[in-house]
Design a protein around this ligand. Structure first.
Ligand code: NAP
Length: 278
């Protein structure tokens, strides 16, 4: 961002809480690198006020909004049109004000996750993937993995939620108590629970992991979770959660600006911020 003028385009994120979001860091780094007269800000919007925020987007001419908790489902309901992924998931993380004044909803989390795996040289077509957790992030990841040809098994504390997530990948489930054996036999293990946030805890016994497996953690605070260090020590290929966060934001930048996103500059800015916070 150079200096803000009357011509500056505004984008942002709606969520609650949102003050510690890394999205402004990621997006403003991208706009700076692309020399665009754009700025990206955080809007704290309480639960229940999603539709008002979506309508304000049109009134104020906001170019795009990222959407985080607790608004992802309500924003899907408030958008004028949805991408296939967003319709299937009933959830959006991206709103775009289009040329016809309509608001389009997309979900870039799943594709962002696949791109983070690709950065680590991991292709999931035909791979056996065990996905831990069955919340919003797990559902987006399950859907993307299934579409990319992975054989997905979901394990979560609540069996009905695991079934719902697994169905998005045409996959199966294993009981939470049996996750270690399933993870040991997998090519790729993904943690989509919050366990490990703040640096505490692992979502499965580390001795379940083995050399040559890919271990992806969606948690990115801290960047190196206990699960990632344990997996690395056992010779696994590790993928941290910042890759997914950067790529889902990069896809938003591309959707809104129609320019290739400067992924490396975005990641570097986020890493600098995370280092400041830890
Ligand atoms: P969510 O909708 O609340 O779902 C969390 C899932 O984890 C649920 O299945 C929940 O099970 C399970 N879980 C929670 N605590 C657990 C525990 N102590 N032991 C076992 N399972 C537990 O959350 P979400 O939006 O999917 O996010 C999940 C994680 O992914 C968060 O840490 C979030 O920060 C991260 N995330 C990262 C990115 C990224 O770009 N890297 C994007 C989205 C989310 P119950 O239903 O039984 O509670």
């Amino acid at each position: 961002m150079s200096s803000i003028s009357g011509a500056t385009r505004v984008a942002g994120v709606i969520g609650d809480p949102v003050r510690h979001s890394l999205s402004p860091i990621l997006h403003n780094a991208a706009y700076r690198e692309l020399a665009l007269d754009w700025v990206y800000v955080a809007f704290e919007v309480p639960d229940g006020a999603t539709r008002g925020a979506v309508d304000a987007m049109r009134t104020l001419g906001l170019a795009g909004l990222s959407v985080t908790m607790p608004h992802k489902s309500a924003a899907a309901a408030a958008a004028d049109r949805l991408s296939d992924d967003a319709r299937t998931l009933g959830s959006v993380n991206t709103l775009t004000l289009e040329a016809d004044d309509m608001i389009a909803g997309d979900s870039t989390d799943g594709e962002g996750f696949l791109r983070s795996l690709r950065d680590a040289g991991c292709s999931v077509a035909g791979a056996r993937v065990v996905l831990l957790g069955a919340g919003g992030a797990a559902r987006a990841v399950a859907h993307a993995l299934g579409r990319a040809g992975a054989n997905v098994t979901v394990s979560a504390r609540r069996a009905p939620a695991a079934v719902t997530a697994a169905e998005l990948a045409r996959g199966g489930t294993v009981p939470w108590d049996e996750r270690a054996a399933a993870a040991g036999a997998a090519d790729v293990v993904v943690n989509a629970t919050p366990v490990g946030m703040g640096g505490d805890g692992v979502p499965l016994p580390l001795d379940a992991l083995r050399h040559g497996q890919v271990l992806a953690d969606l948690v990115y605070h801290p960047l190196e979770t206990p699960l990632l260090s344990g997996a690395r020590a056992r010779g696994a290929i590790v993928v941290d959660g910042l890759g997914m966060l950067v790529h889902q934001a990069a896809l938003q930048v591309e959707r809104w600006t129609a320019k290739p996103a400067p992924v490396e500059a975005m990641r570097a800015a986020a890493e600098r911020q995370l280092r400041r916070e830890t």
